[in-house]
Write a protein that binds this ligand. Sequence first.
Ligand SMILES: Nc1ncnc2c1ncn2[C@@H]1O[C@H](COP(=O)(O)OP(=O)(O)OP(=O)(O)O)[C@@H](O)[C@H]1O
Length: 537
Amino acid sequence: MGKVESPEITRRATRSSSSTAVTSNEVETAKITEPYKPTLNDFVFGGERLSFDDLLSSFPSRGNQIRELLRLLGPVNSPMLPLFIYGGPSTGKTSTILQIFRYLSRPFVYASCLTCYSPRILFESVLNQLLLHKKNAANRYSSAKHCDKPADFVNFLREDLVGVIENLKRSSKKLGSNKPAGRPNGNMLYLIFDNLELIREWDKSSSILPFMFNLYDFLKLQEVGLIFISNTSPDTYYSNMGYTEHVPVYFPEYTEEDLRQILTRNQENRKLYSSFLDVVLRPFCRTTRRVDELSTAFSALFRKYCESLSDLASVPNEEMKRRLFSHFQPHIAPSLNEVFWVPSKSSTEVEINKDTRRKGSVRKSQGCEHFAQIDFHLSTSAKYLLISAFLASRNPATLDASLFDSTGGSDSRKRKRKASEKSMEQKEAAEQELLMKGPGTFPLERLLAIFQCIISVADSFDEEEHENDVLRVEGDGGLMSDVLLQLSSLCNANFIIKGKSCPLEGSTRYRSTISEDLALKVARSLKFPLPNYLYRR
Ligand SMILES: Nc1ncnc2c1ncn2[C@@H]1O[C@H](COP(=O)(O)OP(=O)(O)OP(=O)(O)O)[C@@H](O)[C@H]1O
């Protein structure tokens, strides 16, 4: 995955070979061959400490999440409930939390379920880090402890954690409050488990996720902070949760303006880059909002944009912008197509395989299949239902009336949207909060109302193409049973989560789990103008 130029993430262990001043050849040789001796400092980032301003400016549009995470982590040595950080792919979850730890200089162990793709690799990776054990030729690349059973892992983990925490306490006492940069701050140790959603793929026994969520209760160690990072919301783990409360922190998808700030952040000539973004950002955002995908596509495109410029420091005027644009325009569409076909690794991009669907189970896209397969496997009405659920989760319910009129016709939509934009401004604070909370829940009635509306809109713009499917769903007497059947299939496939009943209303609530990327792809396959119906900040 192409990562945007983010602040360096280097753990001290990987810097072991960085040279110190040497005075003679012998000393030099000795230094090079001398095996590196890991210390407690390996639990924190080395190098200069990051200031709070640097932390904030490294992650445009993540100020709220950074402040929230700092609040939840609390002052040094504060016990905390497990955190559950979630949000779509490439929304900065991993980089933000790691840089927060760099800023705090607090000791942590990090394991990603992407690279640790079996219980044994995951457990042993955590234990190796705790024991400061490095796999190398001398130990035949073996782990410090052999461990593939959750029960063994808990025992080893507790034992090792207690040891490390004791050492941290001793070292804290020795150093007092006068800690140089690169030394662990405090005696809490944090365990960060990233890409949690992938466990579902490799844990055939389905026992690891419940185990992970129980870890806090199993360990009962005040000095240990647990942080889980996931691409999917806590609801997608619904059946696995129900243990000690995990505090959710949501990373919402970026808006176009957020992406502009993120992408412009490290550019030498911001004005030039901004004129480039004026041309490319909007069309690309319709295809993807992933920072990694955009930055990869844009780095090549920007070179093309500047090709005819003799001075890269020049500030473009209108005439120059026009010239650059006409030179560069032919490259936009091919690049867009390339991005369009890059399969996103969002875990919500699940394909309902014909066979597995019959069995009622779900298989994640293997990455190389492209969207055409979703096209093949989902019926048109299921796609509309999926889009309706996405809209219901994503838009504030108060905007439904202004986005869809009773006939679902699109004629008056523009006018009504405009009128509602005024009131949207007044409600901005409340709705911002709504977005922060992540995809919202909705009752069945709202889903069906949106479904009816968008189907009639679609009908009016593309009557012939979808006639058979849509009209069948809309027109015949089996409407409800058909839609409910589709809904139940989408719930089985985890595209839509069926939650508990609302205690006040007594009705069941639902939540969409799909990413905006996927919703847009589904909408594109139907030629449905989804962006027109999306509430944007
Ligand atoms: N607000 C931001 N400012 C600067 N860079 C960002 C921001 N958000 C994301 N990025 C960059 O995008 C890339 C992907 O981010 P990161 O891996 O942290 O996302 P993620 O949410 O953990 O993704 P995934 O769920 O796929 O693991 C990184 O290079 C990161 O630095």
